[in-house]
Design a protein around this ligand. Sequence first.
Ligand code: DON
Length: 312
Amino acid sequence: MSTTTALNTDWQRVIEEIAEEVKPLLATGAVADYIPELRNVDKDNFGMFVSLLDGREYYCGQAQTKFSVQSISKVFTLTKAFSMLKDGLWERVGKEPSGNPFNSLIQLEHENGKPRNPFINAGAIVVADCVVSHTQDSLNDMIDYIRGLAANKAIHIDHAMFRSEKAFGHRNAALAHFMKSYGNIESDVDEVLDFYFGHCSLSMSCEDVSRAFLFLANHGVHPLTNKRYLTASQAKRLNALLLTCGTYDAAGDFAFRVGMPGKSGVGGGIAAIIPGLLSVCVWSPGLDKYGNSLAGVKALELFTTKTGISIF
Ligand code: DON
């Protein structure tokens, strides 16, 4: 990335152009319906928020509307688990793309209950177990941690979403019990699942998520608070996992089209970063067949195309 390009970019104009260009796509995605509560979200929503490391911020559309963060929250639990367990974490969960849907059960048996990576559901449930086994009052502690990352105390669980996830979370329960049978879940399965459903059910805006990802663009230190969340080496590794596994079996396509490490959620959010420069969060609830926001991926593709800035 050239510094001149970054300095000369008219960020506000770029994101407003993008919002206009993706409008025809908003109706074409499908909202996730396997969590019934997600069906109630309006597909017309689109928001985008850009946070530069130098403190400048730009946004458009519904960037301040709260949405269900779902799998984006797996980045925050992974950060916490990685900082506590360090490289010991990789004895419990792998670092390879799965090439399978995010909630697949198939690979787990072949691989003896060790999930491929921390972002597929099985991997995030192992990460949840690590956090639950090493903290007191784990969910409240995790919510406070995320509030600190987003510099916003007004981040809460959507309790209707939580109940909906729990009532229909049979696949996740199956994954957790299966891994318990291999000894890869230490705590009580129901406690781990409640923690997992809890962090997935958090409501955050693009503004919250974009700010919460800034530490990954800044070698592990949050530029708004100067707090270190990861070592520089750990931040590098987490970004590598985002690039290779953050958008599931579409991670290759996402890297090809967008060129940023990023994480999606079935609520329609995608957060991505460029080390040394910025973080960005986009939200549009209509999903593609991989479970990534359809207009969101396009918006990020346009973002790196129009600015000429990517990690490559
Ligand atoms: O466990 C689930 O299925 C959801 N709570 C999270 C899945 C998700 O967001 C996958 N993202 N693209």
